[in-house]
Ligand binder design. Structure first.
Ligand SMILES: CC(C)(COP(=O)(O)OP(=O)(O)OC[C@H]1O[C@@H](n2cnc3c(N)ncnc32)[C@H](O)[C@@H]1OP(=O)(O)O)[C@@H](O)C(=O)NCCC(=O)NCCS
Length: 139
């Protein structure tokens, strides 16, 4: 598949999960409203997942946290991850916040931390000043 410019991003409601057997354990089913969960769809097929949260503590009230970003292995390297990062930025702006924070943590056995760091750097993230575990992007 060639590079993808657009994907349909669907917000999941509490209790909803993915129908895909690889995505569903990563998506989980939240019965309590913690954060916002989104599926990326291409031609009605669920191919990716984004999980963010609007932080409420004093220190992070200007930030949103990117907890999970995942693209099905056979749909990687065609731009879907980037689309999910762009959506995160839109959500950050819409909420009036100015920073995206994340902890670089591979979610499967094939994704290497070093490659993830490189990917985030290419997408405009840098190590957070006060914490070398976190990466951040000012919007
Ligand atoms: C991290 C992840 C979400 C990236 O998703 P993705 O859809 O592959 O991301 P993109 O396609 O936007 O970009 C990935 C790479 O493909 C490249 N790329 C994008 N479109 C391309 C194209 N048409 N042809 C070739 N390469 C392309 C990008 O430049 C990038 O290259 P890099 O590895 O040199 O940085 C995906 O690898 C993943 O789901 N990993 C497992 C989950 C995980 O560990 N998540 C991280 C939690 S912190």
């Amino acid at each position: 598949m060639g590079k993808v410019k657009q994907a349909f991003i669907k917000e999941l409601r509490d209790g909803e999960t993915s129908l895909n057997k690889i995505l569903s354990p990563i998506v989980g089913t939240s019965s309590v409203s913690v954060g916002r969960r989104y599926l990326a769809l291409i031609d009605d097929k669920e191919v990716g997942f984004l999980y963010i949260d609007y932080l409420e503590t004093e220190k992070y009230r200007n930030s949103i946290c990117l907890y999970k970003i995942f693209v099905l292995p056979e749909y990687r390297n065609i731009g879907i991850g980037k689309i999910l990062l762009q959506r995160t930025e839109e959500l950050c702006k819409l909420s009036g916040r100015e920073k995206i924070l994340l902890n670089v943590h591979p979610l499967d056995g094939v994704t290497q931390k070093e490659k993830l760091v490189k990917w985030y750097l290419e997408n405009g993230y840098k190590y957070a000043e006060e914490d070398d575990i976190l990466m951040e992007k000012i919007i």
